[in-house]
Design a binder for this molecule. Structure first.
Ligand SMILES: Nc1nc2c(ncn2[C@@H]2O[C@H](COP(=O)(O)OP(=O)(O)OP(=O)(O)O)[C@@H](O)[C@H]2O)c(=O)[nH]1
Length: 511
C-alpha cells in the first residue's frame, strides 16, 4: 500500500511546522530577550515605587505631627473637639491624656462616613504597652513626637502623639495629645495618587508567613504579567498587623498576544494561503494534467507523447522517461504484432495472417465483385523425407519450399502462408484462371529446378508438391452465399485429387 503523503498532507505538515516555529520564536524571544530587558526596567521601577511609598508614609507621619503641634498651640484640649476639626484635618481620632496618663478627652469620628468611632487605644488596663504610644521617645530629645502604625478596632491606622507643655520647648508637662488616621482604601488610593502603584491592605492572618510574601521576581517568567510586591506592615511595637500589596501599574509587561500578534498571525495565514494557491498552480496542476493524460491513454489504449515543456525540471525528466518508455513499448508491440502473424520456422505468414487476409478478400468480393484463386500445396511423401533424412533436414526443406512459393507473391493483395505441417495455402487476388494455372505450373517447375533432394520419394528424385485450387470468379459467383470454409474445402478436394492422380501436379475447381 502506498503510504507516501499527498501534497495536501505535506502542506498541512508544513503549515503546522510554520505555526510551531512561530510560537517557539515568540516564546524564545519573550524568555530570552524581552523578559530580561523588561525585568531590568521593572526592577528599577519597582524600587522607585517602593521608595515613593516609604517616603509618602514618612511625609504623612510628619503631617500628623504638625497637626499635633497645631492643636497644642491652640491650647487644645481645653475646649470640646468639634466634628469639623476631623473633617478639616482628615483625621479619625483625637486623644488627650493628662500627665498621670488619665484620659481627659477622647473622640473618634470617621471623617469620611462621619460616624462616631470608639477607639480603645487608651485602655491601659488591657493594653499596658499602649502607654508607650503617648510617651515621648526616649532618645534624650524631650519633644520628639511618637508616631507610627497601630492596630485599631477599625483596622491599621497611622498615629502620632506629642507632649503638651506650657511653652512649646520647656515647662511643665500638661499631658499628651494623639491623633489617629485609619488606613481605609480611600486613604490608600490618595496615598498612591502621586505614585506609580496601586495599594491594597489586607489584615494579616496567622496562615500568612511574612517570609513567603508574593514578590514579582518569585513568579515563574512565563506567568509574570503585572509586577506585584507585598510588604508587611509592622505596628509601633514591631508586630506585623497587615500586608500591603503593591501593584506596579505603570510597569505592566506587554501581554503575550496583542493586536500586533493578531496582525502577525493574519499575515502568516495569508502568506500560507497565497503559498498554497501558488504551490497548487505551480506543482499540483501540471502533475494532475500529466496523470490525466496517462489515464486517457490507458482508457483509449493509445500511447501518446507527454508534454516535455513543463515549468518544473523534474516533470520534464519524468515526461522524457515516459516518452522513451512508450517508444520502447510501441517497438515491442510492433514486433509482437509481426510475430503473431509470422510462422516461426519459415518466417512467412502463418494461418492466422492468411485467415485475416482471406476475410478481407471475401469482403472485396462481396462489395466489388473482385474474384480470387485460393491454392493449397502439400509436400509429397514428406514423412518419408523426415524418416530418411531426419527432422532437421525436413525443417530446412520446408524453409526452402516456403522461399520458392513466396517468390510468386509480390503484390500486397496476394498472400502465401504456411497452413500447418507440410501444407501451404496461397491466394491470388483478381486474376484469371489462366494466370492462376500458369503460376501453379510455374511453382511445380520451380520445385523441379530447385531440386531439393528426396531420395526416398516414389514420385521423383526431388521434393515435389501437389496443388489444389479453388477459383472464384467475381463476376459469376453469388457473393452473398459464399462461405470461406466452402472455398477451402473445394481447394482441399482439388489437392486430394492431385494426390490421387499421382502427386506433383495441380487440380483446379470452380466455386
Ligand atoms: N521436419 C518437419 N516435419 C514436419 C513438420 N510438420 C509436419 N511434419 C511432418 O510431415 C509429415 C506429414 O506426413 P503425412 O501427413 O503422412 O503426409 P506425407 O508423408 O507427406 O504423404 P502425402 O501427403 O500423402 O504425400 C509427418 O511425418 C510430420 O511429422 C515440420 O515442421 N518439420
Amino acid at each position: 500500500m502506498n503510504t507516501a503523503p499527498s501534497i495536501s498532507q505535506l502542506q498541512l505538515r508544513a503549515f503546522i511546522i510554520v505555526i510551531a516555529i512561530f510560537v517557539l520564536t515568540k516564546v524564545a524571544y519573550r524568555v530570552f530577550i524581552e523578559q530580561p530587558l523588561v525585568e531590568e526596567t521593572l526592577s528599577l521601577l519597582i524600587k522607585r515605587d517602593l521608595e515613593d511609598i516609604r517616603h509618602d508614609a514618612q511625609r504623612y507621619l510628619t503631617h500628623l505631627e504638625d497637626i499635633n503641634y497645631k492643636l497644642v498651640q491652640q491650647n487644645f484640649p481645653e475646649q470640646a473637639v468639634p466634628d469639623e476639626l476631623f473633617l478639616a484635618l482628615d483625621i479619625d481620632g483625637v486623644f488627650f491624656i493628662d500627665a498621670a496618663l488619665n484620659t481627659v478627652v477622647k473622640k473618634g469620628f470617621n471623617h469620611l462616613t462621619q460616624q462616631p468611632l470608639q477607639f480603645e487605644l487608651d485602655d491601659f488596663d488591657r493594653f499596658p504597652e499602649h502607654k508607650r504610644l503617648f510617651l515621648p521617645r526616649s532618645n534624650g530629645q524631650k519633644f520628639m513626637p511618637t508616631s507610627g502604625m497601630i492596630q485599631t478596632l477599625y483596622g491599621p491606622a497611622f498615629f502620632s502623639s506629642a507632649q503638651i507643655i506650657s511653652t512649646l520647648k520647656e515647662g511643665e508637662n500638661n499631658g499628651y495629645i494623639m491623633v489617629v488616621r485609619i488606613l481605609e482604601q480611600n486613604f490608600l488610593d490618595d496615598f498612591a495618587k502621586d505614585g506609580y502603584a496601586q495599594l491594597s491592605l489586607n489584615a494579616i492572618s496567622k496562615s500568612v508567613n511574612p517570609d513567603k510574601l508574593k514578590h514579582w521576581t518569585d513568579i515563574p517568567v512565563i506567568g509574570r504579567q503585572n509586577p506585584v510586591n507585598q510588604l508587611v506592615i509592622d505596628d509601633y511595637f514591631d508586630k506585623p498587623i497587615a500586608i500591603l500589596t503593591v501593584t506596579h501599574t505603570t510597569s505592566v509587561v506587554s501581554p503575550w498576544f496583542d493586536e500586533r500578534g493578531f496582525i502577525y498571525v493574519g499575515i502568516l495565514m495569508l502568506s500560507l494561503l497565497a503559498w498554497r494557491v501558488w504551490a497548487i498552480k505551480r506543482f499540483v496542476t501540471p502533475i494532475r494534467a500529466l496523470a490525466l493524460q496517462i489515464k486517457a491513454m490507458s482508457e483509449n489504449l493509445k500511447l501518446e507523447k507527454l508534454n516535455e515543456d513543463n515549468k518544473i525540471a523534474e516533470l520534464n525528466h519524468f515526461a522524457e522517461s515516459f516518452n522513451h518508455l512508450t517508444t520502447t513499448v510501441k517497438q515491442q508491440a510492433s514486433k509482437l504484432n509481426e510475430q503473431i502473424y509470422l510462422d516461426p520456422l519459415t518466417q512467412i505468414a502463418n494461418r492466422r495472417a492468411f485467415n485475416q487476409h482471406f476475410t478481407r478478400q471475401v469482403n472485396l468480393l462481396k462489395r466489388h465483385n473482385i474474384g480470387f484463386c485460393l491454392i493449397m500445396a502439400d509436400v509429397d511423401h514428406f514423412k518419408r523425407y523426415n524418416d530418411s533424412l531426419g527432422h532437421l533436414a525436413g525443417d530446412e526443406a520446408l524453409v526452402k519450399v516456403a522461399q520458392i512459393l513466396t517468390g510468386f507473391f509480390k503484390r500486397n493483395a496476394d498472400i502465401c502462408a504456411r497452413y500447418g505441417g507440410e501444407e501451404f495455402i496461397m491466394l491470388f487476388s483478381d486474376v484469371s484462371i489462366a494466370f492462376a494455372e500458369q503460376q501453379m505450373n510455374d511453382m511445380l517447375a520451380s520445385m523441379h529446378e530447385q531440386a531439393i533432394e528426396h531420395p526416398d520419394s516414389p514420385t521423383a528424385q526431388y521434393v515435389t508438391l501437389s496443388l489444389g485450387a479453388c477459383f472464384v470468379d467475381g463476376n459469376k459467383v453469388d457473393a452473398s452465399k459464399l462461405q470461406q470454409e466452402g472455398v477451402i474445402a473445394l481447394a482441399d478436394e482439388a489437392l486430394y485429387s492431385s494426390k490421387e492422380q499421382g502427386r506433383n501436379r495441380l487440380t483446379i475447381k470452380h466455386y
